[in-house]
Structures are given as structure tokens and as C-alpha cells.
Design a protein. Structure first.
Length: 339
């Protein structure tokens, strides 16, 4: 199935960019109910998988074992921007689990948040592993690895027992067989999952509606993780990040991933939603999410208005002058078919 034209960007009335992709929206019966492009398009989850990667450790009891707070649990599902609030919570986790950043396999980095990076550089700060946007995920999995008394040095390898448990959990939540998930290597060094968007939508719906999860321990872990994400949305992304803005709405669970993939789900409406921007851009996420909510008639207008406020469609130059505009091009198609 061909991709859908999602957004066009205009400068001086002339189209400058066109962004194509796929959207998949599923219901509690695993049926695709709305789509644009190919709802079963296979995509790498990238960081949109982080809430699922956190499940095994929380399910096994790392929160109680180490005395973790909701903030600390939330950042384990994050792609944080190394704002001061993030660094403080990450260092709290290090202290509680007794492991330093030298144990992390993710590369030393600078903060992704512009203001935080500038402050860091002005203070002549060096790159650090704790500043990598995936460090919260890594610390959570290291904590579980240590509690499980498994090998710490190989914690990111696909054959490591914790990684095998994560893969099993991802397949269980998506409602597919493990063999149907193709593995690659993510930017942080972890295994990354390739699966149909429709399956990822099913998995996100279970995050939002854990009553759909049969296993009681997994259901309880999901409730803990998503509760923390909604309680501390800024821990999941950061200032003016799309997933953090959506998580301000207690009816939504959301997490973005690199290279244009995004997942969110609606609790009351019981819909799982994923999309992939094929050129890998994330600048369009807010526009796409806002249009999806509008097209399905989402009742909480405050969330839609909040997205429009934080991410207006105006394109500005370096001096802040409006020089163009982004316009939505896709229309969701209603359908109902088995995933």
C-alpha cells in the first residue's frame, strides 16, 4: 500500500517540503478502525518502545527493591533532554542502585535541550554517558540486571536474559509472535524492534487500557509505569516535547521515537495510535497528533489547543519572523479489519 501525504510545508506560498508516512489506529479488538497509508507498515520502534522495555524490571519488583519514586520510574521510559531536573533524578537512581554511569554502554553525550547544552558548555562540561537521552532506560535495566544477579557487562546484548525477557514482553503486548519481530541495533546500543504499526498500536492501547492485559503482574507493572508517566510528563521527554505535552492529559499515554515514529493511546476511547513519518522527521509530530485528535472527534479540546499553542503551524526564520506555514494533507480513512 502506498504511503500517504501527511504534511506540506510552504514558504512564500511555494511548497518547500512534503512529508509522507503511515498512520494506524486500532481498537480493543485489534481491528484497524482508522488509517492513512499502510496501517500495517513495518517500522522500527526506536524510543517509542521504552515503556515496554521498562515492564520486566518493574514487574520483577525493582521499585520496591531500590525504593524508586514515581519520578525515577517515569524517566526509565524517557528520551530526556538532560535538563537539570533530569540529571538530578538520574543521579538519584545511580545512588540508589549503586551503579555509576561507567556501567552504561550508551555513548557520552551533551544535553539535547539547547539551553541546558549551552549552560553545560559554558561551565566547560565534558560529554557524559548520563547525559545520553536513553540513560534512564539503561539505568532501569541495569538495576533489574543487578537485582536478577545477571551479568552486567553484557546487559545490552540480544541474548542476555533481561533482553530476551524484554523481547518476550514486547511481543506479548503487541499480540504477535517473537519471530515476527525483527531485531536491529538502536542508537544507544540496545536491540530495537521492527514490527507492523498496527501491532505497535495494539501494544500502546494496552498501556492505556491495562484491563486488556491478561497477566496480572504485567498489568500491575503497566499501571505503575503509565501512572508515573502521567504524573511526571516532563520526565518522559522534557520542556515542549510532544509526548510530554500529550501526557499532561491524564487520558493519554504517549512516547515518541527517533526517525519519525510516534505512539500514543486514548484511555476512554480505547484507541491505540501510531504513525511513522517516512523521512524520519519529528518536527511534524505535533501537527499529525493534533489532526488525528481532531479528525476522530476527541472530546478534550484543551489538549488539542495545547498542542496548537506549543506547536503553531507557522514556520519562522532564525530571527523569529513568520516565513511560511505547515498544512495538514491527510484524511483518516475509516475501516475495520483484523490485524
Amino acid at each position: 500500500m502506498e504511503s500517504a501525504l501527511l504534511i506540506k510545508e510552504y514558504r512564500a506560498g511555494v511548497m518547500e517540503c512534503a512529508h509522507y508516512g503511515h498512520i494506524s489506529i486500532t481498537d480493543e479488538n485489534a481491528n484497524v478502525v482508522y488509517s492513512a497509508g499502510d496501517p500495517h507498515f513495518r517500522a522500527f520502534t526506536r524510543s517509542s518502545a521504552k515503556p515496554f522495555q521498562a515492564i520486566p524490571g518493574i514487574r520483577a519488583g525493582i521499585a520496591g527493591h531500590y525504593g524508586l519514586t514515581a519520578q525515577e520510574i517515569a524517566i526509565m521510559s524517557s528520551s530526556h533532554r538532560s535538563e537539570p531536573m533530569h540529571i538530578q533524578v538520574l543521579e538519584q537512581i545511580e545512588s540508589k542502585i549503586g551503579l555509576g554511569e561507567e556501567c552504561l554502554i550508551c555513548a557520552p553525550s551533551y544535553p539535547l535541550n539547547e539551553e541546558s547544552r549551552n549552560q553545560w558548555l559554558r561551565a566547560q562540561g565534558e560529554k557524559r554517558r548520563i547525559l545520553h537521552n536513553c540513560s534512564g532506560k539503561h539505568l532501569g535495566i541495569l538495576a533489574y540486571t543487578q537485582m536478577k544477579q545477571a551479568d552486567l557487562g553484557s546487559y545490552a546484548e540480544p541474548e542476555h536474559p533481561v533482553q530476551r525477557e524484554i523481547l518476550e514482553t514486547m511481543a506479548y503486548m503487541a499480540g504477535i509472535e517473537q519471530k515476527d519481530i525483527k531485531l536491529g541495533t538502536d542508537g544507544c546500543g540496545f536491540p530495537v524492534f521492527s514490527l507492523p504499526l498496527s501491532a505497535l498500536s495494539n501494544a500502546y492501547l494496552k498501556l492505556a487500557c491495562p484491563d486488556l492485559i491478561e497477566d496480572p503482574s504485567t498489568r500491575s507493572a503497566v499501571e505503575t509505569i503509565t501512572g508515573a508517566m502521567n504524573e511526571y510528563p516532563l520526565m518522559v521527554g522534557g520542556t515542549q516535547r510532544v509526548d510530554s505535552v500529550l501526557l499532561e492529559d491524564s487520558n493519554i499515554v504517549a512516547k515518541g521515537g527517533f526517525k519519525g515514529v510516534f505512539g500514543f493511546a486514548l484511555k476512554k476511547e480505547r484507541l491505540g495510535i501510531t504513525f511513522k513519518v517516512l523521512d524520519g522527521s519529528e518536527e511534524e509530530w505535533a501537527y499529525i497528533a493534533q489532526s488525528i485528535l481532531e479528525q476522530i472527534g476527541y472530546s478534550n479540546r484543551k489538549t488539542i489547543e495545547r498542542l496548537a499553542e506549543v506547536y503553531p503551524p507557522d514556520i519562522r526564520n532564525d530571527a523569529g519572523k513568520v516565513v511560511g506555514r505547515a498544512e495538514i494533507e491527510f484524511k483518516l480513512h475509516s475501516r475495520e479489519e483484523s490485524v
